[in-house]
Ligand binder design. Structure first.
Ligand code: SAM
Ligand code: MG
Length: 214
């Protein structure tokens, strides 16, 4: 039977990355995606912007929407302080199974809680299920038409606090026009665009960082 792209990506990690070394996992995935098969990871170029925001915020609690193979999960988790917690949501069970192995290969399973299911179902249950009151940082990278409704849902559920940072990927390509117009025009957010390129290409894309003002 033929393998899937996520399975081949995992194979590249197992072949080329050192167990317990997150940077080697990131490098192995970037190398595979630049030279063998494109995949929808945030990638190395926007990944540097993601790293800078994570380091600046120095979050104790992070929510990631859209795990895929765990590339950005590893990127974020490797920068977190010892007691920090990253919850990442993925509704495709095949992707979640690959991501678990990628995260374990990086040695980061202690810091990461991968939750299988849809963001709309889990966001309202963060408090009761995981005991997390508010998130310091949210990385939005799931389906692009969910950014806006899930942001409004996070507000309603009270899991954003004054100063929580939303970082949204792919705001230009594939694009999230309704979300961008919302965070840029709402007095409840202070929003900033970081210009870059779509993962592993020269096409313009970027990240939008939006601070929730409460
Ligand atoms: N953040 C990953 C990275 O940079 O390595 C890439 C994530 S990929 C672009 C988007 C993922 O979100 C897909 O794996 C998809 O199955 C998942 N997804 C889409 N909508 C979702 C939702 N509403 N809830 C949970 N997962 C979702
Ligand atoms: Mg993305």
């Amino acid at each position: 039977t033929r393998s899937t792209r996520p399975q081949r990506l995992l194979g590249a990690v197992q072949k080329n990355a050192t167990r317990g070394d997150p940077c080697s996992v990131i490098q192995a995935i970037d190398h595979f995606c630049r030279n063998k098969e494109w995949a929808m990871n945030v990638g190395d170029e926007k990944g540097c912007i993601l790293d800078a925001v994570v380091s600046e915020v120095n979050p104790a609690t992070v929510l990631e929407l859209g795990t895929y193979c765990g590339y950005s999960t590893v990127r974020i988790a490797r920068l977190l302080p010892p007691d920090a917690k990253l919850i990442t949501l993925e509704f495709n069970p095949d992707f979640a199974a690959i991501a678990r192995q990628v995260i374990a290969w990086a040695g980061l399973e202690e810091k990461v809680q991968l939750v299988e299911g849809a963001s709309g179902d889990w966001i309202p249950r963060m408090k009761e299920q995981f005991g997390v009151k508010t998130f310091d940082l949210v990385f939005l990278d799931h389906w692009k038409d969910r950014y806006l409704p899930d942001t409004k849902l996070m507000e309603e559920c009270g899991i954003l606090r004054k100063g929580s940072v939303l970082l949204a990927d792919n705001v230009i390509c594939p694009g999230t026009p309704d979300y961008l117009e919302f965070v840029r025009n709402s007095p409840r957010y202070e929003s900033q665009y970081f210009k870059s390129h779509l993962e592993y290409t020269k096409v313009e894309d970027g990240l939008e960082k939006s601070v929730f003002l409460g």
